[in-house]
Design a protein around this ligand. Structure first.
Ligand code: 26W
Length: 817
């Protein structure tokens, strides 16, 4: 049965009637929360109608299904996005206007699920959007963290972390599927016995945890296709110990429950830094086991025990190594529960899994102590031992006698479980997330494995959903584009190229400029409302927004601003085009140096603001609690996109793409997807500076940051200001740690390992050129901005997902409507 879209009047009626029936009120006396709920329920009805349709069709068409396993899904708010996908956003907006409802205020009532840290989690969310848009059957699987990533507050310039209790007011977008709960088993011991001449393995004395799924619908753009994001919640099987309770031991009676439910309590805030915490391992197995058990059960319901067909119907994409335990878990289910032999189970498993690597930072590569794994998941540990035994025997044939190399490649070595080796040794495909990243995986990180089988190692450049990041976030530009090049780009983002000729069309450029201006004003309003900070939309909005990490070099940015400040202070005739440097960044709570860099940004901000002339030309603003909904307002308002990672370190970056699509011009290194942005827009429409990845590699042994300090007086001066009391007169030692790390190194490590000082002269020079160009806004700058939007289509996640599907998944689009 075809589904229809609601008209404006139907929407109005629905809202009014929901208010009446759910809350017993009307528009005039409803609270903002009630208005949000009524509106969300209306949208949800439309979405769920489509859910019913696409679910039935997937079953009928016996379509292959992808399980995208990820410890993080940073989905952002759902309501507005669903309106866009329903393609009656305009009707919704008009209905709200006619009812006299303030849209921004109501939209902001929706809690944002903060189920991710940064790029990896947001990528997963963009992928689900594109999978649905392309009608490819898929399910995202993650954990229903009760507390998402902490909320960031800045107090006296320091980051303060507050809990993010996003479920407090309920979540209208999820459906609890108790009927599909599965049991996940921890601890215990493995009893081995033989039956009918075969070895059998049984886990005894284990602790069982119930995994309860909650599903959130992800509607495809104009597609009637709904895929689900499944979030697993941990529940105790026995919520109350009745013996204890009857003895009056009330607290003890629910201790078990507390312990079990901590599994899905909180998202670890470490991004790119592995700490080997037992609870994190528990989370990883919990997610992996629940998802694999469900997938196998779902398969069996349709196809019966035809396990040879599993790879034709089910595919698992492992988003970094975090859900990598799904691999031995599938082995366990096939062998222990379905009675397959090892070889058969292994052949099937190998075909069902593919792995994406998202970082080459050594400290991010996950390794678990073997002891921890063997205690927590003993049967999985046995399987890992056997996988490792076979792997090493095989490697011995390829590299006889080369024990060192084999140890580097092994799943188990030096008393650790090496998760990347587990994934690389078993998955049918291994991909990097940009071309340069894939090359580094092939040449360095996984060199030995690549030698054995190069065709498995591919690069699929990341992408972002242009629906959320352009159509939803930037309605002004969307309307202008629709009018100028038609609406074809909504479904075929490469059509944005049609904009190219308009880069030289003065009338168009004028309107493009007006849109940017309006977006800058919208950001100003948000900053004033949320932080009480006033910003000037006539200045350049120069933005660096991403997790705080040394390799991303926010430190280089702020030190360069300090240099600029010094120039203004020293020379009364020195002028630059007025600029607002905007930072948005959360630091991992245990990452001391990252937090100190946040403090430094805020301290320099105060210093600049206190100087009469400098404050006329520069302004530093720290946007608190950078998150998806903040990004939606920030990206469209940016003039300059700062992408400063040390070359070779940023796997791809995706913020760079969001900025570009919204007409910001990049200043960046030849790293990650910046390289590909450069290839698309050409050298005139991007500002590249600094060492290349190869140069960085070659410089490690010879680089001495002290030479830069000696050679460049401006840089020396800025560094000295870190320790001479200029910044924090009351506590001149505050930033000594940063000074030391840049000039001397710490714990025996090299000084300035991310080449901050090395790249600074080149960065400063390039920033100078950029500022000059911006002053010619009409003749020069806006042309670059338009070209950036025009060339951004290739960075749509629709292109990325199409590549994954062609090269790895081989799913067939559902036939709907
Ligand atoms: C705590 C361990 C840990 C280790 C790595 C947590 C999270 C990670 C992630 C892999 C870090 C991450 O988000 N990587 C980013 O992935 C994006 C999507 O592919 C890329 O665009 C970014 O360049 C990369 O830093």
């Amino acid at each position: 049965m075809p589904v229809s879209r609601m008209t404006k009047d139907e929407i109005k009626d629905a809202i009014v009637s929901k208010l009446q029936r759910q809350f017993g009120c009307d528009v005039s006396d409803a609270t903002d929360d009630q208005l949000y709920q009524a509106l969300a329920m209306t949208v949800r009805d439309e979405v769920m109608e489509r859910r019913a349709l696409s679910r039935g069709e997937r079953k009928r068409q016996q379509a292959k299904k992808l399980y995208y396993l990820s410890a993080e899904f940073l989905v952002g708010r759902a309501m507005h996005n669903n309106m866009v996908s329903l393609v009656n956003e305009k009707e919704y907006m008009q209905a709200l206007d006619e009812l006299g409802i303030d849209k921004t205020r109501i939209f902001e009532r929706e809690p944002e699920p903060g189920l991710g840290n940064g790029g990896l989690g947001r990528l997963a969310a963009c992928f689900l959007d594109s999978l649905s848009a392309l009608k490819l059957p898929a399910m995202g699987c993650t954990i229903r963290y009760e507390l998402g990533l902490f909320r960031q507050h800045i107090s006296d310039g320091f980051q303060v972390e507050l809990p993010d209790n996003w479920l407090e007011r309920g979540n209208i977008w999820e459906i609890c599927r108790l009927d599909q709960a599965v049991e996940v088993r921890f601890n215990g011991y493995v009893r081995e016995y033989s039956e009918d001449g075969r070895m059998k393995y049984q886990l005894c004395d284990y602790n069982a945890v119930q995994a309860v799924p909650y599903d959130m619908p992800v509607l495809g753009y104009d597609s009637n296709m709904v895929n689900m994001l499944r979030t697993w919640s941990a529940r105790a099987i026995n919520p109350l110990n009745m013996q204890e309770f009857n003895r009056g031991q009330y607290v003890e009676a629910s201790e078990d429950k507390e312990l079990v439910e901590t599994i899905s309590k909180v998202l670890y805030p470490e991004d790119n830094h592995e700490k080997g915490k037992e609870l994190r391992l528990k989370q990883q197995y919990f997610l992996s086991s629940a998802s694999v058990q469900f997938a196998v059960r779902d398969f069996e319901k349709t196809y019966g025990p035809r396990w040879d067909m599993l790879p034709d119907k089910v595919m698992f994409q492992v988003n970094d190594t975090h859900p990598g335990l799904a691999i031995p878990e599938l082995m366990r289910v096939l062998i222990d529960e379905k009675g397959l032999g090892w070889d058969e189970a292994e052949a099937i498993t190998r075909r069902c899994f593919a792995y994406t690597n998202h970082t080459v930072m050594q400290e991010a590569l996950e390794r678990w102590p073997e002891r921890m794994v063997s205690m927590l998941i003993p049967r999985i540990y046995m399987i890992l031992q056997e996988m490792n035994r076979r792997l090493c025997a095989d490697l011995w044939n390829h590299f006889p006698g080369d024990w060192n190399r084999i140890a580097q490649m092994a799943i188990l070595a030096y008393n650790q479980v090496h998760m990347a080796n587990l994934c690389v040794s078993t998955c049918c495909m291994v991909n990097g997330v940009s071309q340069i990243h894939a090359e580094i995986l092939r040449k360095q990180t996984f060199r030995d494995y690549c030698q054995l089988n190069p065709s498995r190692f591919i690069g699929i450049t990341n992408g972002i959903t242009h629906r959320r990041w352009l159509m939803q976030g930037n309605p002004g530009l969307t309307a202008l584009l629709d009018e100028t090049i038609g609406e074809g780009w909504h479904k075929e983002p490469m059509q944005l190229e049609k904009l190219m000729p308009f880069a030289d069309d003065a009338a168009f450029v004028e309107r493009f400029d007006k849109v940017k201006r309006a977006n800058k004003e919208r950001l100003c309003a948000r900053m004033e409302r949320m932080q009480g900070v006033k910003m000037d939309p006539d200045t350049i909005f120069d933005v660096q927004a991403k997790r705080l990490h040394e390799y991303k070099r926010q430190l280089m940015n702020i030190l360069s601003v300090l240099v600029l400040y010094n120039r203004i202070v020293d020379d009364p005739n020195y002028t630059v085009h007025p600029r607002t440097f905007i930072f948005g960044a959360k630091a991992s709570p245990g990452y001391y140096r990252a937090k100190l860099i946040i403090k430094l940004i805020n301290t320099v901000s105060k210093l600049v603001a206190a100087h009469p002339r400098a404050s006329q030309m520069i302004r530093i603003v720290f946007l608190e609690n950078y998150c998806v909904s903040a990004a939606e307002v920030l990206m469209p308002a940016a003039d300059v996109s700062e992408q400063l990672s040390t070359a070779g370190k940023e796997a791809s970056g995706t913020g760079n793409m969001k900025f570009m699509m919204n007409g910001a011009v990049t200043i960046g290194t030849m790293d990650g997807a910046n390289v590909e942005i450069y290839n698309e827009v050409g050298p005139d429409n991007i500002y590249i500076f600094g060492l290349s990845a190869d140069e960085v590699e070659a410089s490690y042994s010879t680089y001495h940051s002290s030479r830069i300090y000696e050679t460049y007086p401006e840089i020396r001066r800025a560094l000295n200001q870190l320790i001479d009391g200029t910044l924090e007169p009351g506590n001149p030692h505050m930033f000594q740690e940063l000074y030391h790390a840049l000039l001397f190194g710490d714990n025996g490590g090299m000084a300035d390992p991310y080449f901050v000082l090395k790249d600074m002269p080149s960065y400063l020079k390039t920033q100078g050129i950029l500022g000059e160009d911006y002053s010619k806004r009409h003749g020069l700058w806006l042309r670059k901005a338009v070209i950036n939007t025009a060339k951004s289509g290739i960075f749509s996640s629709d292109r990325t997902i199409t590549e994954y599907n062609d090269k790895i998944w081989h799913l067939k689009p559902l036939v709907l409507d």
